[in-house]
Ligand binder design. Structure first.
Ligand code: NAP
Length: 299
């Protein structure tokens, strides 16, 4: 394995999951972890998932690491990248796990170096929980990890691919704009719809908040799980992936209007046709192993 020493900056759910898996599965000899929060670092120390930890600036470890992996919230990635890039050793790799790629790459571009590979990434794996105690080594197993290299021929791409594969992921390489459109469709807009729908239900005058809780049916409960995701992170996701989100929202509104119209005109054929198509997508997701009913959920 090309990465003997790694530094993880941001020691929450994703960072701590990578830390747990890196030594066990990817042959990493030394895992250092950093976070801006003393409480988080205290928890990491107590859990014993790192060989060394630091609260705040991680320059000392960043100058020695073969791989520096940024696991901070999307709005912080460019700032932390700009801070560590100048001290990284020649030949090292800088990557991240953030859920938005194009705007972050643009913000990092002024700090790029010829002798350090910067290969942004995004593991499509997670739960609605945060912090180092929520992490687990199996989080990335059988999940996709998307890498969006700035230079498609980056010589470090095979090593980073091998790292994620060792963690159990399947790796896809695509350009950042495509990643952002795909994720707007499969993750960001679904979250926006969940936030909207749960807000609408709670605001409905004819239905009390108590009834929403008491009589919540399965469908609504699934939406509340998504709408319980970290508000700050999701605000930043939408603001950072604005163009792709707006494009998908426009398409969604058009399609919703078409279904509304079909209901108004009692056009059952259109409804049936549409629901049959979406059922097929569900079947394909289950068949591809991308659905685990209780993944990250307690209910
Ligand atoms: P998390 O559990 O909240 O962990 C993030 C950690 O980074 C927190 O401890 C946070 O401290 C720390 N942090 C924030 N700014 C920092 C800075 N400037 N320097 C050092 N540490 C800093 O979040 P997460 O769920 O692991 O998400 C981390 C990244 O993974 C995000 O970019 C997200 O897009 C990506 N991701 C998340 C999921 C998911 O399902 N959660 C899935 C795939 C990818 P504070 O709490 O003090 O801010």
């Amino acid at each position: 394995m090309a990465f003997k020493t790694i530094l993880i900056i941001g020691s929450g759910l994703i960072g701590s999951s990578v830390a747990r898996a890196a030594r066990a599965k990817a042959g990493v000899e030394t895992v250092w972890m950093a976070d801006r929060s003393a409480v988080v670092i205290g928890t990491v120390d107590r859990l014993g998932i790192a060989d060394g930890t630091v609260e705040g600036a991680a320059h000392h470890y960043a100058s020695q690491a073969d791989l520096v992996l940024l696991c901070v919230p999307p709005a912080k990635i460019a700032e932390v990248a700009a801070d560590v890039l100048p001290v990284m050793k020649a030949g090292a790799v800088l990557s991240d796990v953030g859920s938005i790629k194009a705007s972050v790459i643009e913000a990092v571009r002024p700090y790029l170096r010829d002798d350090v590979s910067v290969i942004p990434g995004h593991p499509i794996a997670g739960t609605e929980f945060s912090g180092p105690e929520a992490g687990f080594a199996e989080l990335f197993e059988n999940r996709w990890c998307v890498l969006t290299p700035i230079d498609a021929d980056d010589p470090a791409l095979p090593a980073l691919t091998a790292f994620w594969e060792a963690l159990g992921s399947r790796v896809a390489v695509m350009d950042a704009a495509r990643h952002d459109t795909v994720l707007a469709t499969t993750s960001h807009v679904p979250h926006l719809i969940a936030y909207t729908l749960v807000g609408t239900a709670v605001d409905m005058e004819q239905v009390t908040g108590d009834e929403v809780v008491k009589f919540s049916a399965g469908g609504f409960r699934d939406f509340t799980r998504i709408a319980a995701s970290d508000p700050v992170m999701w605000r930043d996701v939408f603001l950072s992936n604005r163009d792709a989100t707006l494009e998908v929202v426009d398409r969604f509104i058009e399609d919703l209007t078409a279904l509304k119209r079909a209901i108004r005109w009692s056009d059952g054929e259109t409804l049936l046709d549409h629901f049959a198509k979406t059922r097929d997508i569900r079947r394909r997701i289950v068949e591809s192993g991308q659905d685990e009913p209780n993944f990250g959920r307690d209910d």
